[in-house]
Design a protein around this ligand. Structure first.
Ligand code: AMP
Length: 302
């Protein structure tokens, strides 16, 4: 089933203890679309400036990614820069330049409007809502990601958008900030009152936790000896998660649990190299091998 994503397509400046890259292709929707395209067809909605070259666009070629909804405008592409701490667990944002996103009015191609699975990647909550409103029927699953930048600057818009989504997928500090609650289970109860019926908390090297009315399900992060750059791990997680669900067309508990594993698998590949490099070279067989490895990692008898 078709999967729609709206979010940033960006240039990123990255600094980690493993190196520094001044400007590389990134953006939440880019990581999401590439990760999800290993599982299903993806329709991409976003905007780039005239500095986005045909060579940059190659990241979407030869994959199941439709870019009719990727608008080109005069001006500069969204730019973000961040620096990671020694242990890669903390990150500070150095620069956020919205550029062409500041004036973006998304218009969905007709063929995108029947999407059954929708992912509102991290971008202005008003744009996320605009896109959701153009989808004809209520999707089977609408999921949303956001970050401190939008929680602080556009809280009202975000609350409004949250009322219309099923799954909120954010990291632990964003969960605490949005709910004003330190304990993640108590935070989930607050968030359910805002609209979503499922909360997925991404916890970096500690894995991810899904909370809904049936209870809690946790997956670890795949243990890696040398993670290099966590940028995009959350979006790749979301791509694996939503891509898997769209590929099976289901949203029952068993499918959601498997989706958590595929999410964690995709996030783990992304952190192995800088930017999108690892996803560029990734093969489907490697994804399935790592998912099997996951099953072994978490198996036990009582
Ligand atoms: P993640 O590491 O999964 O949180 O996502 C990193 C990606 O999010 C980078 O490639 C950035 O270009 C993008 N990003 C960072 N800040 C923002 C923002 N305020 N709005 C939209 N995208 C952003």
């Amino acid at each position: 089933m078709s999967l729609l994503v709206v979010g940033s397509v960006a240039f990123d400046g990255l600094e980690s203890p493993f190196g520094k890259v001044e400007r590389t292709l990134g953006g939440a929707a880019t990581y999401f679309a590439v990760a999800a395209s290993f599982f299903t067809h993806v329709n991409l909605v976003g905007i780039v400036g005239d500095d986005f070259t045909p060579e940059d666009a190659l990241i979407f070629r030869g994959r199941r990614i439709d870019t009719e909804g990727l608008e080109r405008a005069a001006g500069k592409t969204f730019f973000w820069a961040g620096r990671y701490s020694e242990n890669l667990n903390e990150r500070v944002t150095l620069t956020t330049e919205l550029n062409v996103f500041a004036e973006f009015k998304p218009r969905l191609p007709e063929k995108y409007r029947t999407s059954k699975f929708v992912f509102l990647a991290n971008i202005a909550p008003g744009l996320q809502r605009d896109v959701l409103q153009q989808v004809h029927k209520r999707p089977k699953i609408a999921a949303l990601d956001t970050m401190n930048y939008w929680i602080e600057r556009s809280n009202g818009e975000l609350r409004e958008t949250l009322r219309q989504v099923d799954i909120l997928m954010i990291n632990d500090s964003e969960t605490r900030q949005l709910s004003n609650e330190h304990n993640l289970l108590r935070a989930a109860k607050h968030i359910f009152k805002m609209g979503p019926s499922t909360l997925i908390v991404k916890r970096g090297e500690y894995g991810a936790m899904m909370v809904d009315s049936r209870g809690v399900f946790c997956v670890p992060a795949f243990p890696l000896e040398e993670p290099h750059d966590p940028t995009g791990a959350g979006d790749s997680f979301a791509g694996g998660f939503m891509g898997y669900l769209a590929s099976v067309g289901e949203k029952n508990d068993a499918a959601l649990r498997r989706a958590m594993v595929y999410g964690s698998v995709m996030g783990s590949f992304t952190v192995e190299q800088f930017g999108l490099e690892r996803l560029r070279s990734l093969r489907r067989a490697e994804i399935h091998a790592r998912a099997r490895h996951f099953a072994k990692l978490t198996q036990f008898k009582l």
